[in-house]
Design a protein around this ligand. Sequence first.
Ligand code: NDP
Ligand code: 3PY
Length: 312
Amino acid sequence: MEIIFYHPTFDTQWWIAALEKQLPGSRVREWKSGDNEHADYALVWHPPVEMLQGRELKAVFALGAGVDSILSKLREHPEMLPLSIPLFRLEDTGMGLQMQEYAVSQVLHWFRRFDDYQALKQETRWEPLPEFTREEFTIGIMGAGVLGSKVAESLLAWGFPVRVWSRSHKDWPNVQSFAGESEMGDFLRETRVLINLLPNTAETVGIINHALLNQLQDQSYLLNLARGVHVNEDELLRALENGKLKGAMLDVFSREPLPVESPLWRHPRVTMTPHIAAVTRPQEAIAYIGKTISGLERGETVTGQVDRSRGY
Ligand SMILES: NC(=O)C1=CN([C@@H]2O[C@H](COP(=O)(O)OP(=O)(O)OC[C@H]3O[C@@H](n4cnc5c(N)ncnc54)[C@H](OP(=O)(O)O)[C@@H]3O)[C@@H](O)[C@H]2O)C=CC1
Ligand SMILES: O=C(O)C(=O)CO
């Protein structure tokens, strides 16, 4: 079995050795421009069009959870990957736990008012504040997929009321489920901490805008763990000024790296990280890819295939 590999930043030689170990009998090679030799599978992140175009592959694996960049390239170059070749993505492979760590730590930070105490410290003020209750700290998660479900599970374990919003309803114990545009208003009305874990699709671009933020309770919080293009950054800043939002924690931005002139850098109630909420964990990713390729080779049903018509 021949596998081609392309990732702009990963340690390619390490991945090749680990993949060959995981899939005995396979031959994995780094794809380089001009390589048109046969391959059965391609493992990619931000691949050049030339790498995939015209190949008779059995499947392509994206080396991350989001497939927005490859799908957007496919809209410009549909010939790069015909619909007959399935596209897979990483399902969890260690990202669920990372998202749980991120969400739980930040929700607890807001819940225990550490942001307020930090602001008081700047003014050298010693001042115990009223506590928040869990009842007034409903967590609303947009996107109830692989990662949203893990985050919901971890916040439930901390005793917070949890609700999710997705395309289809979920029947999960102790979680309120809302679906589609018609239930968006009900979902937002009682949400105090809005966590975004949606994929980037034509329907979700710019979804966190003035109209949406305005439906939250006053003094809410936003945690964006998905993609920067989901958030209208000017309208987010407006919501921080008009009291709709008390704070925002952002991992992703409409432009990355975030340009130095962005006011988000300097806003006292915005905290941020440089798109590290959940990174690809090589061992887990390789185990998943190995298991999926072995399943495909045996003609079994496997999970993780992207529905290109839905965009995720
Ligand atoms: N910041 C970071 O470091 C990382 C960010 N990410 C981002 O997280 C995203 C989510 O990942 P993952 O959980 O694996 O994705 P999934 O595909 O498993 O889940 C997507 C969820 O979004 C819902 N959804 C999709 N479109 C809509 C819509 N139009 N309206 C309402 N709900 C919708 C789906 O609904 P339904 O269940 O009904 O299908 C599903 O619940 C990725 O696409 C990626 O962009 C991922 C990894 C790291
Ligand atoms: O896997 C993804 O989609 C990511 O954003 C990785 O950081």
